[in-house]
Design a protein around this ligand. Structure first.
Ligand code: SAM
Length: 291
């Protein structure tokens, strides 16, 4: 396992993923009962954007860096930018630090909500544990996130959100692992909200996953993507997407303005585009009885 997120933190894939994460946490907070946040592939929690690894790729310059001086940001992107600034400490307009999903989720959670964070790499897990050493809401586990998901679902709160954000080192095979893991999680906990991040390289690799999602038994599955290049080359990250299983009520409306804004901002001279569609859509006329 070679993947280190510090080379990629704050890139355009993180911008999409963390914007959606903020919308999902906000949706969980519309009900007063506590919820559990489970992060199966958590990373180290905070990333130094001035460190040698981040500077080597400079991916954040073409991601969160573009939001810094942007004008007219839609509310969700504005909230992401404010959250990133908060991670760097008071007045960090220079974005020297980028927060990972565990930091963003726990920053927005309430005192009675809880978080289970799984990270397999020893040094990343150690950094994560150190980061949350004095936050009693947060539990860090150095273990395989897919195995942990089996053990942790359903959570005692019975309401919650799972983020599945693997490094996709196994490329195509990672989709099959995700499907297996989601299938068993949905059997144990059919009302959980599950957000899965995926890379878009070849469209033919994504299509079987989407087909599987349409048959996974969930009542509502929303998919969103940002595409910077044609999805016909396996050699580069042409785009990035998230599939949200049991997506909250009106999540598509919450995301739409920010998704419309992103291609113009991120795409520069390229023909960038966004996608937002329901793979499974039920009960759109009525608010579902979400726990
Ligand atoms: N979710 C993080 C965020 O948004 O800030 C980024 C996670 S990064 C894309 C993927 C992480 O998963 C890496 O830190 C890697 O060490 C870890 N990892 C890889 N395989 C794993 C596994 N089987 N279980 C748990 N963590 C794993």
């Amino acid at each position: 396992m070679n993947y280190r997120h510090s080379f990629h933190a704050g890139n355009y894939a993180d911008v999409l993923k963390h914007m959606v994460l903020i919308a999902l946490i906000d949706a969980m907070k519309t009900k007063p009962t506590p919820f559990c946040y489970i992060d199966t592939h958590a990373g180290r929690g905070l990333y130094d954007l001035r460190g040698s690894e981040a500077r080597k790729t400079a991916e954040s310059d073409a991601g969160i860096g573009l939001l810094r001086n942007a004008t007219g940001l839609p509310p969700l992107l504005w909230k992401l930018l404010e959250t990133v600034k908060a991670a760097g400490g008071e007045g960090d307009d220079s974005l020297r630090v980028y927060p990972g999903s565990p930091w963003i989720a726990t920053h927005l959670m309430r005192p009675d909500d809880s978080a289970q964070l799984c990270e397999l790499q020893g040094d990343e897990a150690q950094a994560l544990r150190q980061l949350f050493r004095s936050d009693a809401r947060v539990h860090v586990h150095q273990r395989d996130g897919y195995e942990a998901l089996k053990a942790m679902t359903p959570p005692k709160e019975k309401r919650g959100l799972v983020l599945i954000d693997p490094p996709f080192e196994a490329q195509d095979a990672e989709f099959r692992t995700i499907e297996k893991s989601l299938k068993s999680a949905l059997e144990r906990w059919p009302t959980g909200v599950y957000a899965v991040w995926y890379p878009v390289k070849l469209r033919s690799h994504v299509q079987p996953f989407h087909r599987w999602l349409t048959k996974c038994g969930a009542r509502r599955v929303l998919v969103t993507e940002i595409l910077l290049h044609p999805d016909d080359s396996p050699l580069r990250l042409n785009g990035t997407g998230l599939a949200i299983v049991n997506a909250p009520w009106k999540l598509d409306d919450t995301l739409r303005d920010s998704l419309r804004y992103l291609p113009k901002l991120l795409g520069k001279d390229r023909q960038a585009e966004y996608k937002l569609s329901w793979l499974v859509e039920e009960g759109q006329d009525e608010q579902p009885p979400h726990p």
